[in-house]
Design a protein. Structure first.
Length: 816
């Protein structure tokens, strides 16, 4: 009877808290059936629904308020770590993906500087503006610490003394929801500094197109998706809406006398007053679709092209010879692979030749005969095309950008060169490290598979698709499990060298990113979940369902390393606890917020203690239990009101009162059980902090971001007490052992009284290469592990400082 009651409890709860979160008037439920089956739609739905739930919207000012709260918190508390401890990028720089070669991640905009075409600007979906001054051979990030790193469109005014860069923030994916766009950023010094202009613009912006009026360089037009058409007459400082209704694209004529706009809320319209009004509808022959674009040839301005994507998944291309008044459809709609062109779609016409035009969808199509025929020309180029630009003087040079990054062609698309050499833009969902080798990392990424590294900045795809969770065997790291979207499990039996599918026995539908975890005590045992919890005892050769099935999809799980029978599983905002290894669960989310659970973490030494974090907005971000989920209390303290994407208990020794939270505005830490929080360290770009990893063997804290790759703290606060509880009589630093070593060695030191401890490592020339310790310590005996994988053979020195006073130095020898 008890089990029957439990079944009904879980069943009815799951109706409310399934992966398809019940959201009244959910905008994602209004998408046509064709698109709702597409990967790009489903990953966007997974990402944004958890931020909306239980509402059908994200408050317009939510992100800005969180950003301001973060700034106020910094003024009050500073960084948790000292100024010597910073975030450092560890790649992928670049990643590598099978036939595409080097990859970065989704890039949405690209522009040549007309004054100096060696200078190129790109804008990434969640990685901001990057600049190259050598035709794309190398890139430099220019907006890492601005209010938004979500790129919609770029425009460049080269008529001034220094080129002015306009950066329209907010990626317009033409689906339902976003909230990262925060107006216009403007730079007058090549992107070194930026000014944010938002007067008159919507609180949340989504720039589909941003253009400058020829001959009137202070006037700009912007297509802002569902918000309509906006105009500025003072170089972007303020804006007015000139027409409501969805607008996908705008452009000016060569002279700037005429402007054109197209979109499902506009049809196609013309302006003869510089874009102040768009009273007249033109474009006879075009059937407006879900997403629409227009383009013309600057050297033959009577020739227009238009491209239309409709909800049936087809793309149609039209041509006009009378400046857009009348159009004729060109090739049949099934010519183009337009399956998800609401997401990946552009139209560009060569400024030098009206017969040359490009349509980007999943791949790139080109016509060289005025639209009579189109051919695919994207061999070797990553799929999912987002934009293109033409060299201002060379008719053969073009750049294109897509979900893999940046490509260049010197022959109008016949051949392509990869330009992702040092772009660090990977959008991670999950990231983890080998418990025994902290330099072996794997992470599931958006559209670029599961990437891995063994210590270099260059990462390589283990397998394809959209990656997800990755998990090392806790007892045997030869075995690694990972997944593609919706819990398509893969496994490696040789530390990630080779991979094969591992879904035998799995059934039901999985979350876009589904949980995978390893039994802490027993080799070969892993757990995963779809609408049930599944267990394997043979390293994923086969799986068996071990829990009662529900209609709810399990999104998060946790297992206690000190008592493996204790487990949590969550579905939406419902949290379940099992004390018998996942066989039976009880609902334990009473008293917690009605928002999506995004992380669960056990205390490393107590099955009774756990923390849970939530996405969405309003009060309550992190909750803690000390009685196996019977009661929960809010430990959010002064955290910004922003989605929390992950949480963990950071335990560099006693006391284990340190909690880390990864949020949409950075990583935060508390050392007093949540009463007060502060940003962890300096140097992390303002992108989404998605998933935390704490490698206990090295003391390393890493964060996988959703737009700027993976970062780690450049200091190590291990603070591990080595078992001798006697208070030391003096400060001391001991010789490392083993010595010589390869690849790792232990260093022990003693602190006789509380003080600020710093340890620095130097190369033979005296250059500081690492600060593995920089934090207050209580009196005690400590040890840390130094890893030499990233360093060359030779002699190194390490020094211990207490309150800034040097205590001792030792030398150690690395032999490879």
């Amino acid at each position: 009877m008890k089990n029957l009651f439990l079944f009904y409890l879980i069943f009815f709860s799951s109706l409310l808290y399934s992966q398809d979160l019940y959201i009244p008037n959910n905008p994602y439920d209004n998408v046509d059936l064709y698109n709702s089956k597409k990967n790009a739609f489903n990953r966007e739905r997974w990402f944004y629904e958890q931020r909306m739930y239980p509402n059908n919207y994200i408050p317009d000012n939510a992100y800005e308020n969180a950003f301001k709260q973060k700034e106020m918190l910094f003024k009050k508390s500073g960084y948790f770590f000292s100024k010597d401890i910073n975030w450092v990028s560890i790649g992928p720089t670049p990643g590598f993906y099978f036939s595409y070669g080097n990859i970065s991640s989704r890039v949405t905009s690209v522009k040549f500087d007309p004054r100096n075409p060696e200078t190129i600007y790109i804008g990434a979906a969640f990685g901001g503006i990057w600049k190259s001054t050598n035709s794309g051979m190398n890139w430099t990030p220019k907006t890492d610490f601005e209010i938004s790193l979500s790129t919609g469109s770029i425009a460049i005014d080269a008529t001034t003394k220094n080129s002015i860069i306009y950066y329209g923030t907010g990626e317009a994916t033409y689906s339902s929801v976003s909230y990262y766009g925060r107006g216009l950023l403007k730079s007058t010094n090549g992107g070194d500094t930026w000014t944010n202009h938002r007067t008159g613009l919507p609180t949340s912006t989504y720039f589909s197109r941003l253009i400058i009026r020829p001959g009137h360089n202070t006037e700009l037009l912007a297509a802002l998706g569902n918000s309509g058409i906006y105009r500025s007459t003072n170089s972007g400082q303020s804006w007015v809406q000139v027409r409501s209704g969805r607008c996908d694209d705008v452009l000016f004529s060569v002279t700037g006398d005429t402007a054109y706009a197209i979109g499902s809320g506009q049809n196609m319209r013309i302006s003869t007053d510089g874009g102040a009004t768009f009273p007249t509808e033109i474009g006879t022959g075009i059937v407006i679709g879900t997403r629409n674009h227009i383009a013309y040839c600057k050297s033959a301005p009577d020739i227009f092209y238009a491209s239309v994507y409709n909800s049936s998944g087809t793309v149609s291309v039209f041509k006009s010879t009378d400046k857009g008044l009348n159009f004729t459809q060109l090739v049949p709609s099934n010519t183009f692979s337009g399956g998800q062109a609401w997401y990946d779609f552009y139209l560009h016409v060569s400024p030098f030749n009206p017969d040359v035009a490009f349509v980007g969808t999943l791949t790139i199509f080109r016509t060289t005969d005025g639209g009579v025929t189109f051919q695919t020309i994207s061999g070797g180029v990553h799929v999912d095309q987002h934009n293109m630009d033409f060299h201002p003087t060379d008719p053969n040079k073009i750049f294109c950008v897509n979900d893999g990054g940046v490509w260049k062609s010197d022959d109008l698309g016949n051949t392509w060169s990869n330009m992702n050499t040092n772009l660090t833009l990977t959008q991670f969902y999950r990231m983890t490290s080998n418990p025994e080798n902290p330099f072996h990392l794997l992470g599931g990424t958006q559209d670029n598979g599961t990437q891995q590294t063994t210590g270099t900045l260059n990462w390589t795809a283990a397998y394809g698709g959209d990656g997800g969770e990755v998990c090392f065997g806790s007892k045997d790291q030869n075995y690694i499990l990972g997944e593609t979207q919706n819990n398509g499990v893969f496994r490696s039996t040789d530390k990630g060298l080779t991979w094969s599918g591992a879904t035998s026995g799995l059934s039901g539908s999985g979350s876009w990113v589904a949980p995978i975890m390893s039994h802490p005590d027993s080799a070969g045992i892993f757990y995963t979940a779809r609408q049930q919890v599944f267990k394997t005892t043979n390293n994923a050769a086969s799986w068996t369902a071990i829990s009662t099935g529900t209609s709810g999809t399990i999104r998060e799980m946790a297992i206690c390393r000190s008592k493996a029978a204790s487990m949590y599983a969550s579905s939406g905002s419902a949290l379940y606890y099992s004390s018998d290894g996942g066989l039976n669960y009880k609902l334990v989310s009473s008293g917690m917020p009605n928002r999506t659970i995004t992380g669960v973490y056990f205390h490393p030494d107590s099955f009774r203690v756990a923390v849970v974090c939530f996405s969405g907005f309003e009060a309550g971000k992190v909750y803690k239990t000390t009685d196996e989920g019977t009661t929960w209390f809010n430990i959010s303290g002064d955290l910004p009101d922003v989605p929390i994407n992950d949480v963990l208990i950071y335990y560099p020794g006693a006391p284990t009162s340190n909690y880390l939270a990864a949020t949409d505005v950075g990583v935060f830490m508390t050392s007093n059980f949540g009463a007060n929080w502060s940003e962890l360290a300096n140097g992390l770009p303002n992108t989404v902090a998605m998933h935390l990893d704490y490698n206990e063997s090295s003391g390393k804290i890493r964060i996988g971001t959703h737009g700027r790759g993976t970062w780690e703290i450049n200091g190590v606060i291990t603070g591990q007490n080595v078992g001798n509880t006697q208070i030391p009589q003096k400060h001391s630093l001991r010789q490392n052992y083993p010595n010589p070593f390869n690849p790792k060695t232990k260093i022990e030191y003693s602190i006789k009284e509380k003080g600020f401890v710093t340890m620095k490592v130097y190369d033979i020339l005296g250059n500081e290469i690492l600060t593995p310790v920089s934090k207050y310590h209580n009196a005690g005996n400590y040890e840390l592990t130094f890893f030499g994988e990233r360093y060359s053979s030779g002699m190194y020195f390490y020094s211990l400082f207490i309150d800034g006073v040097k205590i001792d130095s030792k030398k150690m020898i690395l032999i490879k």
